[in-house]
Design a protein around this ligand. Structure first.
Ligand SMILES: NC(=O)C1=CN([C@@H]2O[C@H](COP(=O)(O)OP(=O)(O)OC[C@H]3O[C@@H](n4cnc5c(N)ncnc54)[C@H](OP(=O)(O)O)[C@@H]3O)[C@@H](O)[C@H]2O)C=CC1
Ligand SMILES: CC(C)CCC[C@@H](C)[C@H]1CC=C2C3=C(CC[C@@]21C)[C@@]1(C)CC[C@H](O)C(C)(C)[C@@H]1CC3
Length: 381
């Protein structure tokens, strides 16, 4: 409901989340036969670049999600060259979201059912409370696979993230149809988010160490998050700009580009530093960093990016989130939905990670917290 509501708001003239009565869609606007064809076709395209089974010691990628993004990009350019009306995605947003939500629900039912045949060691700790509704939501099985095809890993990145980029491009094309050329704001939003998605797919294997893959079950929350929430709510700024053009000065644009650049730099450098340290602590780029030992044998970084705050990667991500909203001006709250939601998500995620690390590392974690007292924002939080 939230996804559909937000799309409706973004397409309404007022674009106000508080407007009353809310801009409800007619049933005709919710359905288009093209939508299920596109959603299923999109998933099928991404199945062509398959993911093999993942164990946390050996991973076979063939080919990478980044190649998948490039192939999708080339296909899209060819379609555009042939005159495909990509701008029609604007009108299709609601039907596409309805299909993605329905698909997420059906797929989660399948995951829930099949989990009863999974061996006990394949189940996730959190998703097996015995309460059917809760377990369905959180997910009972940790890494469900068909043969050696890992369903969670496949859904986490590829269809949703590249779907997000295509929707953004569709919004840009719609703007070109309406106004003759894309606005500076639309170009910035498209470029920033394309960079973010390309980065995620380029560094695809890094998600193997994220909480979602390591700890969480694969249930409705993650399926819906991956296949519906990400493509349809993360693209709200572009959808908003179609009907609500914004004047942006060159100086304003330069400041926003700088903010996104700084955010991306912190995000990428800190994530890469930790990944490198976890893969090979003797590597020259991390070998000189100060660390503390833990009872598990693993060490924790207390200098470099991870000595600045306990989650420098969240800090960078949040700066980028702000830079994606600013091109939409200050007249509406809707384009700031992402940065607000994301702040809540990351604060909650940080608290969850903190609990897990304290349980895992005990006293050593407390020592780390004394060395690095701030969680995400230096001297603030
Ligand atoms: N755009 C979006 O919607 C979302 C984006 N993200 C982004 O995903 C990225 C990954 O985030 P996430 O999976 O939450 O967690 P992190 O990548 O921050 O990983 C946390 C883990 O890192 C290890 N760690 C923590 N501190 C240290 C240290 N000092 N030295 C060495 N290792 C340490 C611990 O694992 P261990 O010790 O076991 O290695 C800890 O559990 C982030 O950049 C985040 O912003 C996340 C969620 C949503
Ligand atoms: C439906 C709920 C309101 C929230 C669901 C949460 C999910 C949308 C997010 C949980 C962790 C995510 C990650 C990314 C996207 C959002 C979800 C699925 C990520 C793929 C984005 C790109 C990053 O570079 C990343 C580090 C690869 C992210 C990994 C976690």
């Amino acid at each position: 409901m939230t996804v559909l509501f937000l799309i409706c708001v973004s397409q309404s003239p007022e674009a106000s989340v508080l407007q009353w009565p809310p801009p409800l869609p007619t049933t005709a606007r919710l359905w288009d036969l093209l939508a299920p064809v596109l959603v299923l076709g999109w998933i099928a395209v991404h199945l062509i670049s398959p993911v093999r089974a993942i164990t946390f010691t050996s991973v076979c990628f063939s080919p990478s999600g980044f190649h998948g993004l490039c192939i999708s990009g080339v296909l899209l350019m060819m379609l555009l060259g042939l005159g495909a009306p990509l701008g029609y995605l604007f009108e299709l947003l609601l039907p596409l979201a309805v299909c993605a939500i329905a698909l997420s629900f059906l797929f989660s039912v399948y995951l829930y059912m099949r989990s009863f045949w999974a061996p006990p060691d394949a189940l996730a700790l959190g998703g097996n409370t015995g309460s059917p509704l809760y377990d369905f939501f959180i997910g009972r099985e940790l890494n469900p696979r068909i043969g050696n095809f890992d369903l969670k890993y496949f859904c986490e990145l590829r269809p949703g993230l590249s779907g997000w980029v295509v929707i953004n491009l569709g919004m840009l094309m719609r703007e070109v149809e309406i106004r003759g050329s894309p606005s500076l704001s639309m170009i910035l939003v498209n470029s920033f988010q394309l960079l973010y998605v390309a980065d995620a797919l380029w560094n695809e294997e890094a998600i193997l160490t994220t909480m979602d893959i390591v700890h969480d079950g694969f249930g409705f929350m993650l399926v819906f998050g991956d296949l519906a929430w990400v493509p349809f709510t993360y693209s709200l700024q572009a959808a908003f700009l179609v009907m609500h053009p914004q004047a942006l000065s060159v100086l304003g644009a330069a400041i926003i580009v700088a903010l996104n650049g700084i955010g991306y730099y912190i995000f990428r450098k800190s994530n890469s530093q930790k990944n490198q340290f976890r893969q090979d602590p003797t590597h020259s780029s991390v070998a000189r960093l100060e660390t503390i030992g833990t009872a598990t044998g693993k060490r924790l970084l207390v200098s470099g990016w991870w000595g600045l705050v306990r989650h420098p990667n969240y800090l960078g991500d949040l700066l980028m989130a702000l830079a994606w909203s600013l091109p939409c001006g200050f007249s509406h709250l809707l384009p700031y939905f992402y940065v607000i939601y994301f702040t809540v998500l990351l604060i909650h995620r940080e608290a969850r990670d903190e609990r897990q690390c304290r349980a895992k590392y005990g006293l050593a974690w407390d020592t780390y917290c004394q060395h690095v007292p701030y969680r995400i924002f230096p001297y603030i939080y």
